[in-house]
Design a protein around this ligand. Structure first.
Ligand SMILES: NC(=O)c1ccc[n+]([C@@H]2O[C@H](COP(=O)([O-])OP(=O)(O)OC[C@H]3O[C@@H](n4cnc5c(N)ncnc54)[C@H](O)[C@@H]3O)[C@@H](O)[C@H]2O)c1
Ligand SMILES: N[C@@H](CCO)C(=O)O
Ligand code: NA
Length: 863
């Protein structure tokens, strides 16, 4: 064997191209370093799998760093703890450790190899027994005693693996890294490698023990005085990176149990994707957030020589993993590709120190952070705007009480003199960070991020972005964090926009809407990339909820068989919390005042509301104004086109006129599909009550047809349009001529009313004939008189040639007289009631699209 080949390769930085060309498999003389963690070394079978992976790597020179078998490090620490607390059971615990390794070895090895390993294991265990006995007697273990004991897990796993590899005929040595790796403690549970000394010792090691496949113990090392120690919390990944840099490896592969680094925590974002590449800095940023990557320190040694690190799943070898290397060449150059990943940290508190006495006074920050340091708190982010009137920073929630107390003490005088106005704590915060090296050079990234957050109705409490621009950090309420993460992630990573929909009131309109959605969902997805899912349907008695979307061909059955008692609160909660998607829409298809009274809260939660229910907009003026103010102030949509004239573009026409600067003078028309139908068809051939029954049958009427006949429904529409035109009117301000005879107003049900109605047919017959005799027809009309600030609803007679006399079916006709349309009013005419046209008024793709992408759609004029 050529010993020189095993000596350290001269320093030769690997370029990115080289690294990529090598496609995870370095060629030539370069070392391929692998690291297998405890999970990978969990059982004899897994150790065998590790051996197979190592054997399959065609590199000529392989150096494999291993952790102790799964759980063994904890078992070893436990031994020390038991011994020093004089708990005799350390002996049994040591037996368990012995057993575990003996059985694993027996499974894995045979013959002489097994005998050699077991004999070594015996020797080690009896030495450990002696040492633990000493600890037991002393009642104390020094750090180096403890490190010595604990490190055995790695010694055994490395030896077993090296024997397992040898078994296949490949020469293989194992390396006790305590002979090679020298580190100095730095305090705070970290160590610094002594690269020079380690390099020297490594050369010596190679000279003694030339090998092309080496299994090395992770985690353990020596002090410069040759006392066994460990790499502390940085662990075996760090060992692999250090040894990788010492041998100037072609690459370092870290084998774990995940497919690579995800774009976001996959437990929180189901659409998270595996990233194929990450720059060192990006990985660094991600690892800070606890992403399953590497400890930042781990990256430093290999980064120095541009050695790529590949994170791969040992349980899914086919997954290519994530390569961490120097910034890869631009991929797409698009905005979305700039953000590599999102990460979050929960359980934080924001501390805000505020006051005029800080501006221009050097040293305030130093005092603040001095106080924070004194209580040993870790500052997670800092933000100060250039006005210098406030400094805010985030610390772990559990440290905030101490921080706040320390600041109050430190600033007692400043606070009492008023130089500082407050030291304020905002609890229950989380951090959301967007990470990406190329954010630095791409304008618009933060705009897109903040836009996504705004559209998901998420309030941002504080913002930080360093000049490096690798990371944009926002602080938000913890309860919003997952939703924020999903909103941001879907904006940058999903091509499709998503909508979670809840339907309240699957009556005639609701049912029709659900049918339309069933057909439309596929088209929306196909043509517009909108993923629309109905997450819940609730009637007045039963509801069905789904986490992934209700099958719209089954919902009626589900409502019968799989339903639970309806509970509006739970329903809303389900939609807001348990959703796949950040965009949420409620469609209220009831005529219920109570349901309508919740719109404000829903919009406030960021849930869009679509409704044909007139109760909110025609209810108490004050509530209406509050709702509209909120709607204008938020990014949340409130669509109610169907409340007037069903699917006819009445409200949008009115808004269009107002937005373009026109002035509304008068709106007059036939606003009731039911009453239009009734008077269009009440021509002498059928009785009045028969025609009313037909209208009900056709689905034009309100759930209680008396709402139509009494004029209330028309009055509500008049009020809606009046308010839209800027009038501040209450429903009670509108004089209404009711068509419900006095005697029938007290009927307790709609059915009773319908039954008694025929007794009034004669009166109606007379009325109609009178009009006919005068060449006129009866029409029930509503008027919004904007000039005189009033409204009116009444039955009128019109000449046979009047446009209002020309209607058919359930037609509505609405005439807008405006400054522009003064001589000839602008007329909108068409069917103004009925299931298809009404339900069709809200799922218009434009509306869904604007909802899902969060475009602001003006549904009314801004006053
Ligand atoms: N029918 C039309 O042509 C038309 C046109 C425009 C607007 N609208 C409006 O559409 C709405 C629905 O009309 P419809 O004809 O479908 O009435 P409908 O009576 O057929 O349906 C209403 C449904 O809502 C349910 N419901 C009532 N209160 C509820 C509650 N608190 N929680 C859950 N579910 C509840 C009822 O059980 C019923 O299933 C009404 O507001 C109506 O004014 C109807
Ligand atoms: N009942 C209403 C439905 C449309 O709002 C009508 O007849 O016009
Ligand atoms: Na309409």
């Amino acid at each position: 064997m050529d010993v020189s080949k095993n000596m350290l390769t001269p320093i030769a930085a690997v370029s990115v191209e080289q690294a990529e060309a090598s496609a995870h498999l370095p060629k030539g003389d370069m070392w391929s370093v692998h690291k297998f963690g405890g999970t990978c070394m969990g059982t004899s079978q897994r150790i065998q799998n590790v051996a197979d992976i190592v054997l399959r790597d065609p590199s000529e020179r392989k150096l494999v760093v291993v952790s102790a078998m799964h759980k063994v490090t904890d078992m070893m620490y436990n031994l020390v703890n038991k011994a020093q607390s004089r708990d005799d059971s350390y002996i049994i615990a040591l037996d368990e450790v012995f057993e575990k390794h003996m059985t694993t070895a027996k499974d894995l090895l045979g013959g002489e190899d097994l005998a050699r390993f077991l004999s070594q294991l015996h020797t080690d265990v009896s030495n450990l027994k002696a040492m633990l006995r000493a600890i037991y007697i002393a009642g104390h273990a020094t750090e180096s005693f403890s490190d010595f004991v604990v490190g055995h897990g790695e010694l055994w796993s490395a030896q077993m693996l090296s024997f397992a590899i040898k078994k296949s005929g490949t020469p293989c040595s194992w390396m006790d890294m305590r002979e090679v790796l020298v580190v100095n403690p730095t305090g705070s549970n970290q160590v610094d490698p002594d690269y020079l000394e380690s390099e020297k010792r490594l050369e010596k090691w190679f000279a003694r023990q030339p090998a092309e496949t080496i299994i090395a113990t992770g985690f353990i090392a020596s002090t410069p005085e040759n006392i066994p120690t460990t790499l502390k919390r940085d662990g075996s990944d760090f060992s692999a990176a250090i040894i990788g840099s010492l041998v100037k490896a072609g690459q370092v592969t870290i084998w774990t149990d995940v497919d690579g680094v995800f774009s976001a925590d996959p437990r929180k974002v189901s659409e998270a994707v595996i990233l194929s590449t990450l720059s060192y800095q990006e990985a660094w940023e991600m690892s800070y957030f606890g992403a399953n990557v590497l400890h930042p320190r781990t990256i430093i040694p290999v980064m120095k020589y541009n050695i790529p690190i590949i994170i791969r799943n040992m349980f899914n070898i086919s997954a290519p993993g994530t390569m961490i290397c120097q910034q890869p060449a631009n991929e797409d150059g698009d905005l979305e590709a700039c953000v590599k990943a999102f990460a979050t940290i929960d359980k934080l508190a924001l501390v805000n120190v505020e006051g005029t006495g800080m501006a221009g006074v050097p040293g305030t920050a130093s005092v603040i952070f001095g106080a924070v340091k004194d209580v040993g708190a870790n500052v997670i982010m800092i933000s100060q705007a250039s006005s210098e009137h406030s400094v805010c920073f985030a610390v772990p929630e559990k440290e905030v009480a101490a921080v706040s107390a320390a600041l109050h003490v430190r600033f007692r005088e400043a606070l009492s003199s008023g130089r500082l106005s407050k030291v304020e704590v905002i609890h229950n915060c989380s951090i959301l960070a967007a990470v990406g090296l190329r954010m630095a050079s791409t304008p618009g990234v933060s705009a897109t991020l903040f836009d996504a957050l705004a559209k998901a109705n998420i309030n941002v409490r504080a913002i930080a972005q360093g000049c490096s621009e690798y990371n944009i950090t926002v602080v938000l309420k913890q309860e919003d964090c997952v939703r924020a993460l999903r909103a941001a992630h879907s904006r940058f990573f999903l091509s499709k926009t998503t909508l979670a929909v809840g339907i309240i009131g699957p009556g005639l309109i609701g049912r029709t809407l659900l049918n339309q959605l069933k057909d439309q969902a596929a088209i929306l997805k196909e043509n517009m990339n909108i993923d629309l899912r109905v997450m819940g349907i609730t009637g007045s008695r039963a509801m069905v909820l789904s986490d992934t979307g209700i099958d719209l061909s089954q919902w009626q059955e589900q409502l019968k068989t799989e339903a639970e008692p309806s509970d509006l609160h739970k329903f809303i909660q389900h939609l807001s919390e348990n959703q796949l998607f950040p965009n949420r829409v409620l469609v209220d298809c009831t005529a219920d005042t109570n349901v309508a009274s919740h719109y404000y809260d829903w919009l406030k939660k960021g849930i869009h509301v679509i409704t044909p229910n007139k109760k909110a907009n025609s209810g108490p003026l004050e509530r209406y104004l509050k709702l509209r103010t909120l709607q204008r102030a938020s990014y949340t949509h409130y669509f109610y086109e169907a409340t007037v004239g069903a699917g006819l573009p009445i409200i949008s026409t009115l808004c269009g006129l107002l937005e373009t600067g026109d002035k509304i003078l008068r709106i007059e028309g036939i606003f009731s599909g039911t009453l239009s139908y009734i008077f269009n068809n009440f021509e002498g051939t059928r009785t009045f009550s028969d025609v009313v029954a037909e209208a009900k049958e056709a689905g034009y009427t309100e759930p209680d047809p008396r709402d139509d006949l009494s004029g209330t429904d028309v009055a509500r529409k008049v009020i809606i349009l009046a308010r839209e035109s800027g009038l501040r009117l209450e429903l009670s301000d509108i004089p209404v001529m009711s068509l419900v005879p006095e005697a029938l107003r007290s009927c307790s049900t709609a059915d009773e009313y319908m039954q008694k109605l025929p007794s009034f047919d004669q009166n109606w017959g007379r009325e109609r004939k009178d009009a006919e005799a005068a060449g006129e027809v009866l029409r029930y009309v509503g008027v919004v008189d904007v000039v005189n600030k009033k409204g009116q609803v009444e039955l009128r007679r019109y000449k046979r040639d009047h446009p209002f006399a020309q209607l058919s079916g359930s037609d509505n006709i609405i005439a807008f007289t405006t400054s522009r349309y003064k001589e000839q009013p602008l007329i909108v005419r068409g069917p103004g009631a009925g299931a298809e046209v009404t339900a069709g008024a809200f799922p218009i793709p434009d509306a869904w699209l604007s909802l899902s992408s969060g475009e602001i759609v003006q549904t009314s004029k801004d006053e």
